[in-house]
Structure formats: C-alpha cells, structure tokens
Design a protein around this ligand. Structure first.
Ligand SMILES: *Cc1c(COP(=O)(O)O)cnc(C)c1O
Length: 417
C-alpha cells in the first residue's frame, strides 16, 4: 500500500463529511442539500460548521413557533414520557381535545368532524376520497396548483414535471385557469363535479393569492351546483397569514372541507382534514379510510401546544403586524430598486417578486450572508418565517436585501460566462 499524502486524506475526509455521506446514503430526489443543520433556537439555526442563520423559511411554513420553543418541547416531552402511541383502536384525550379545538377555531357547525393524518398530501388524499364518495365523476383543480406528491394529491397537482413520470394517475381531474370565473361556472354547470380543490394562496406556485372575488364566486357556484369546496390550507392555515385559517379573512367563505398540515405540529408531522357539517363529515363511512399514526398522542399534544401558544401569545395579531412590516419594506424598496417588482401574500407568507430570474442566486447569496429564504420559482423569493419572528429580525433582512441582490447578480453573471 502506498503512503497517502495528507492533503488527499483531508479531501477524502471532507468527501465523507455530511455532504458526501448524504449523497451516498439518501435517494437523490431533493438535490444537493444547502447546508447540514445541527441546532436551532427561536428564529436562528446553526450548521455543522458553527455558522448561524436567521431562518426566514421556517421549514417551509412549518416551524410556527420557531425552533426548540419551550412550550412545544414541554408538551412533547410530557406526552412522550406518558403515552406515545396507541393505534386507532383506542382514543386519547390529546386527540379528542385537538379535534375539538380545531372545530372551535374553524368555527365549524354542529355535526362537523376531523380526520387526522401525518402530512399535507395525506390530508388531500382523504379529501379526494371524500370527493369520490359523492358518486360524481369529475374533480376540479387549478393550474399551478400544488396539493402533494402521493398519487391522488399528485392527480390534483398541475405541474407536468411532477405528474408525467407517474401516469396514469387517478382520473377525472380537470384543471382551470386561476381567477377565471366564467370557466369555473361552465365547468360546474353540468352538475357532475364532486369537488373543487383550491389553495387560497398558491404557495408553491410562488405565493399567488387567488383574490377575494374568485374565492367568493367559487363558494357561491359550488354551493349552487352541490359541489364540495375543498380548501387546501396546508400552507396558509394555522395562523400563517394572521387568521387561524386564510379563508377566515373573507366573510362567509367557509369551505365544505379544509386540509391542514405544515404548521399544525410546529415541526412534528401531523395533518388534519376538517369536514364542515354533517353531510361532509359522513362521506367517509366506517372502514372506508384509515391510518396507523394519524392523530397519535405525540402529534396531538404537540399540535395543541402550537395552537395554545398562538392563542395565548397573541401571535395572530403579531403575524399581521410583521406581515405589514414586510409588505411596507418591500414596497418601499421596489419604488427605488428596479430589481424588485413588489410583494404578494398575507401575514408571514410573502413572495418577493423579482424583475429577473435570479431567485436561486438570491438564496445562495442569502445563505452566504446568514439568511435562509426560498426560491418558490425563478422570480419569487418566498418568506415563511416562524410566527414568533421579531420586528428587529425582519428589519435585519430588509436592510440586507439590496446587498443580497448585488451578490445574486454577480453569481448569475458568473453562471452565464
Ligand atoms: C406542502 C403542501 C402540500 C403537501 O404537504 P406534504 O406535507 O409535503 O405532503 C399540500 N398542499 C399545499 C398547499 C402545500 O403547501
């Protein structure tokens, strides 16, 4: 055996460090990880090199209470030392209390019900199965919609690159242009549509709000034609936009079915489907659906802590204020910096619209400077920070943004040359 040069040895060690180990051990569906994170506290996280970041993405609208929040840690720990899992042959107090709390916050009428899941896509699967139970063959969703990656939710998801490799998908789904009320009216008119799936703000599409007029029309027309209105609030729900659920910003917009996940467990995987009123809540009959983990006491106790802390700490009002701060800051920047076109969204789900397709380079520049943001599409920076973020933390990012854009332009020029 030849003696290895110490430099080669160092290179090998680097390749075997987390990055190399990641690519050797995980299926490569997510691309190269941006960093390896080891610790978090509040709105800050640290990587394996000891570098600190302000987390303006919150695990994609998940870490509602930030990282290592004492209320969440206490609730999870307390449940873990008592009862972690029991199967759905049994009920637990945490699960019942969580269902009651969600129905109260959603202002659901008598006869409503909750089904617990473990993720957003599973919540939409359950809603899709409810839709099938109406006996009607057609289902409507929107262009640019994102509802998840399992086969049913994927059938409702518009993006060709996500769908095409997995066809055939469950059938009967048609896509409509967002905002086109006459098209919606025409699609519903035959009276054979089981459900219309909508995201009040299309998050993955680049934080695109649907608009009040369209949402109102959707509610009115689905009611007229006996079609279920399913609101996918997986990203917009649980306080993210400054209401408990985004549809509550618009009077009388209550859906027939609402799907939740992301922020509900504040990092613990839990989702929920809320069926409003008895007709919707009785679509799935005994034995027609199920889950091993859904509503498990660890998740339920954690979600109760998330909802309780949002309520007790007044985080809805805070979220609205912080959202207004971001909107004002970006609007002011857009007035003097032609690289920024404006801002879309609500509360702490905001998309910064860029004039040039340099969002991926902004993400890189932000990481270099100690900020975590996301490129929802090439011209949109998505912010979805913890709801506990402070005004000072937001100001730090707003102040840094022009320099991040400078650096992103530099990186983009390097890529081209
Ligand atoms: C993230 C998301 C989903 C999918 O949730 P998963 O937990 O990743 O399965 C579905 N719908 C919307 C609107 C989302 O943002």
């Amino acid at each position: 055996m030849t003696q290895q040069d110490p430099e080669d040895q160092q290179d090998q060690q680097d390749a075997l460090a987390y990055g190399g180990r990641y690519t050797r051990s995980l299926i490569q569906v997510f691309g190269a990880p941006q960093r390896v994170l080891v610790r978090g506290e509040g709105c800050r996280v640290w990587d394996d090199q000891g570098r600190e970041y302000l987390d303006l993405l919150g695990g994609i609208a998940v870490n509602a209470l930030g990282h290592a929040h004492p209320d969440l840690v206490a609730a999870l720990s307390k449940q873990a030392v008592s009862l972690a899992h029991v199967s759905n042959f049994f009920a637990t107090p945490a699960q019942i209390e969580l269902a009651e709390t969600l129905l109260r916050l959603a202002q659901a009428p008598e006869g409503s019900g909750v089904f617990f899941t473990n993720s957003g896509t599973e919540s939409n699967e359950a809603a899709f199965k409810m839709a099938r139970r109406t006996g009607r063959p057609r289902v409507l969703a929107l262009e640019q919609a994102f509802h998840g990656r399992t086969m049913g939710a994927l059938a409702l998801t518009h993006k060709e690159a996500y769908r095409a490799p997995f066809e055939p998908l469950p059938g009967g789904v048609e896509f409509l242009a967002p905002g086109d009320i006459p098209a919606l009216e025409a699609a519903l008119a035959p009276g054979d549509v089981a459900a219309l799936f909508l995201e009040p703000i299309q998050g993955e599409a680049g934080v695109q709000p649907l608009g009040e007029e369209y949402l109102r029309a959707a509610r009115r027309l689905t009611r007229e034609h006996g079609t279920l209105l399913v609101l996918d609030e997986v990203q917009t729900g649980v306080g993210r936009t400054g209401e408990w659920f985004r549809h509550q910003a618009i009077p009388d917009l209550q859906p027939d079915v609402m799907t939740l996940a992301k922020g509900l467990g504040g990092g613990f995987p839990i989702g929920a489907v809320i069926a409003f009123g008895e007709p919707a809540a009785t679509l799935l009959e005994a034995g027609q659906h199920g889950t091993t983990f859904g509503g498990n006491p660890l998740g339920a106790a954690t979600a109760l802590a998330v909802l309780g802390t949002i309520e007790e700490d007044g985080l809805l009002a805070r979220t609205r204020a912080r959202g207004a701060q971001i909107e004002a800051g970006i609007t002011a920047l857009a007035a003097e910096d032609e690289r920024v076109e404006g801002v879309r969204g609500a509360g702490l789900l905001q998309g910064i619209a860029l004039a040039a397709p340099i969002a991926p380079q902004v993400v890189t520049a932000a990481l270099e400077a100690g900020f975590i943001v996301n490129a929802a599409n090439p011209r949109t920076i998505r912010l979805a920070p913890p709801l506990i973020i402070s005004a000072e933390e937001i100001d730090t990012f707003l102040a840094a943004l022009p320099a991040l854009l400078d650096r992103a332009e530099e990186l983009s020029a390097q890529k081209e040359s």
